[in-house]
Every structure is written in structure tokens, then in C-alpha cells.
Design a binder for this molecule. Structure first.
Ligand SMILES: Cc1ncc(COP(=O)(O)O)c(C=O)c1O
Length: 368
């Protein structure tokens, strides 16, 4: 028997709103009177084209995406973008700036130079500076005005770091390219501060398989025809996102999540709840008298991925095991980090966070 309720703290693929899964369940065999599942229909059918159209429109409404930005639902995951942005936007440039703030931006940095002649310049290194317990301020980034773009990760899923103030560069600076995978739609941002925003869907949006790319139109002029179509933003846009078969089912679920977000009051309301959830959880950690530890500088703590540990590996393991039997699932930290990580994306309720805190306090009473 499963303990109820189950709270899913996975970092990704991650929790989805229950009502979205129930809708998907009810439409599994018969989508809207068609007699078959979205999974089994042609991506070029009117029905799917309409699903894709509405998903894009709803995402535009939620993020307030200006008309001079294009939206794509690609495949390949966020990792594919580490190279796609360079292939498409660094054409004819000698330099790309890259900010390392944790696991994902370090991987991006190591990948970006492949298949590119541009120098991938390390603009700031949060590992060398702070051992990934704080973030290099934007005004300390070493950026070249002649750079093709500046790449950074706004929320580091593994190290539990987040730029609390959304980075913005001056008008005379190169465009910002932002990996927003683990925080997209969790708070208000100004899309026009970015050249490109990309995100794997599997954290705050939907199942894995869809990769959102939001790109400022004028940057498409940089996409050379020499780039194979499947990696070329311009080719995807010229074919309305239908260059090849998109991830139809993940797009359908993402569309349901967008509607759920609208019904919840949109990104603004999510931001309020996410702030409260994170504050409640960090307070519980900080008020534990040192039993639970989070070493991240308070101004850089992620509101999406809250990492903590007890300082004792056996105790951390016991925490992971016991919390699982209580229905608090997937709290083990990333493999290289150990400890615990509670991912509290949009679909995680305040009740889920409170249930986790109740368990943390009880665990401390027994082992503290
Ligand atoms: C911030 C960030 N970027 C990139 C990735 C890699 O995403 P994908 O597995 O979709 O390539 C992840 C995955 O967890 C992530 O959290």
C-alpha cells in the first residue's frame, strides 16, 4: 500500500499538477472526440496543429513574450542548446562569453567550443570564486562588447543556486542567452532582456522530450544556411516548428500545464507561492540549530531546488530512506553532491513543503 499523499520532490523529470495528469488520463484514448490519443495522431493533423498553436499562445501570454520573439518546441533537451546556440549565433564572431555558476553551466561551457571556431571565454567562475556557494554578480562578469552572446544558467539545479535578481545587461552589450530549465515560469521575468531563453520542459513545464526555445527575431539573421536544418533555428521557424516531427505528447501535456498555470493566476501568483514555499523551507533548515545545513549564501539560494545535508553521510542516507516510506519521494541529492535536495517547482504545493518540514523536525527529534 502506498502512503498517501505522495509528494514528489524530484529535480526532473518532476512533479506535474494532478489535475493535468487526470485530464491526460481522461483524454488518453479519445482526444476531444477524435477517437484516438494525441500520442497516435499526425503532427501535421489539424488537431495537433491546434494543440501546438494554443500551447505557444498560452506560453506567450504567461511569459508576456513580445511579438519580435519566436517560440520553438524542439527536441534534444536543454543540453542540445549548449551547442545549438553557438552554431547559430556565433557565426562570424571570434568570441562567446560563458559564465560558470554550477554543474550545468560548467557542462555548457565544456561543450560550447565543440564545432565552433569562436573562443569560449570564461566570463566568471563561481566554482573558483565561491566553490559554488554563491554567484558572481553580473557587474563582475568579464564581457567583451564584440562577443556573440553571453551564456549563463539562471538557476543551478544541482548546486541549489539562483540569481535572485534577474540578470540584465546594458543595451550596448551582447545578447544574453539563458538556460532557464529549472525555473522557467516560476517568477516574472522580462523576456526582452534576453536574446535567447531555452529550457528543457521536464521541470516546470511538462514531460521530458520538449525543449522550449524563445529567440529574438533579429538574431535569426546570424543562422547560416551551412548549419544542418535540424540544428538550425531559422529552418525550424520557417517551417512553423514542423521541420521534423516534434515531441507531440510532451507538447500536449505542456499545453495542459500552461492552462493550469493560467487557472492558478499565472506566473505572478506562482512567484508569490514559490517565494513562500522556499522561505518556509529555508527557515526550517536555518532554525534547526545546525542539524540541517545549507551552505549557500542567503542571497543566492534557489527557490526551486533546496539542498541540505546533516553533515553525516549515514544520517543523510537514513533520511532519504525514511522520508521515502513516508511518501516524501526523490529527496536524495545529486550523485556528486550527496545530502538531500527538495525540488519545489510550481506544481509542488505548500502542503507538500510543510509535510517535508514536519518530517524533518520529527527526524531531528529522533536523531539530533
Ligand atoms: C539547468 C539545467 N540545464 C540543463 C539540463 C540538461 O537538460 P536535458 O537533460 O534536457 O538536456 C538540466 C537538467 O537537469 C538542468 O537542470
Amino acid at each position: 500500500m502506498l502512503p498517501t499523499p505522495i509528494y514528489n520532490f524530484s529535480a526532473g523529470p518532476a512533479i506535474l499538477p494532478e489535475s493535468v495528469l487526470r485530464t491526460a488520463q481522461s483524454e488518453m484514448f479519445d482526444y476531444n472526440g477524435t477517437g484516438f490519443s494525441v500520442m497516435t495522431m499526425s503532427h501535421r493533423s489539424d488537431v495537433f496543429m491546434s494543440i501546438l498553436y494554443h500551447a505557444e499562445q498560452d506560453l506567450r501570454q504567461l511569459m508576456n513574450i513580445p511579438d519580435n520573439y519566436k517560440v520553438l518546441f524542439l527536441q534534444g533537451g536543454a543540453s542540445s542548446q549548449f551547442n545549438m546556440v553557438v552554431m547559430n549565433l556565433a557565426n562570424g564572431f571570434k568570441r562567446v562569453d560563458s559564465v560558470i555558476t554550477g554543474n550545468w553551466s560548467a557542462i555548457a561551457h565544456s561543450q560550447m567550443g565543440k564545432l565552433s571556431d569562436a573562443e569560449i571565454h570564461l566570463a566568471a567562475d563561481g566554482g573558483a570564486l565561491f566553490n559554488y556557494t554563491n554567484l558572481p554578480p553580473v557587474n563582475s562578469w568579464d564581457i567583451g562588447k564584440d562577443s556573440a552572446f553571453v551564456h549563463f544558467v539562471i538557476n543551478e539545479t544541482v548546486h541549489g543556486l539562483q540569481y535572485r535578481e534577474v540578470p540584465k545587461l546594458g543595451d550596448d552589450m551582447p545578447p544574453l542567452v539563458c538556460d532557464m530549465s529549472s525555473e522557467i515560469l516560476s517568477r516574472r521575468i522580462n523576456v526582452s532582456d534576453f536574446g535567447v531563453i531555452y529550457a528543457g520542459a521536464q521541470k516546470n513545464i511538462g514531460p521530458s522530450g520538449a525543449t522550449i526555445v524563445i529567440i529574438r527575431e533579429d538574431l535569426l539573421e546570424r543562422c547560416s544556411d551551412r548549419i544542418p536544418d535540424v540544428w538550425n533555428y531559422k529552418s525550424h521557424i520557417e517551417r512553423q516548428g514542423m521541420y521534423n516531427t516534434p515531441a507531440t505528447y510532451p507538447i500536449y501535456i505542456s499545453g495542459l500545464v500552461f492552462r493550469w498555470l493560467q487557472s492558478q493566476g499565472g506566473v505572478e501568483q506562482m512567484e508569490t507561492i514559490n517565494t513562500l514555499k522556499a522561505k518556509t523551507l529555508y527557515e526550517a533548515i536555518d532554525n534547526s540549530g545546525g542539524f540541517y545545513i545549507n551552505n549557500v549564501h542567503p542571497g543566492a539560494r534557489s527557490k526551486m531546488n533546496v539542498i541540505f545535508h546533516t553533515g553525516n553521510k549515514e544520517l543523510d542516507e537514513l533520511f532519504a530512506q525514511e522520508s521515502t516510506t513516508r511518501g516524501l519521494r526523490l529527496l536524495r541529492g545529486y550523485k556528486s553532491m550527496g545530502g538531500m535536495r527538495a525540488s519545489i517547482y510550481n506544481a509542488m504545493t505548500l502542503q507538500g513543503v510543510e509535510a517535508l518540514i514536519d518530517f524533518m523536525q520529527e527526524f531531528q527529534r529522533r536523531y539530533g
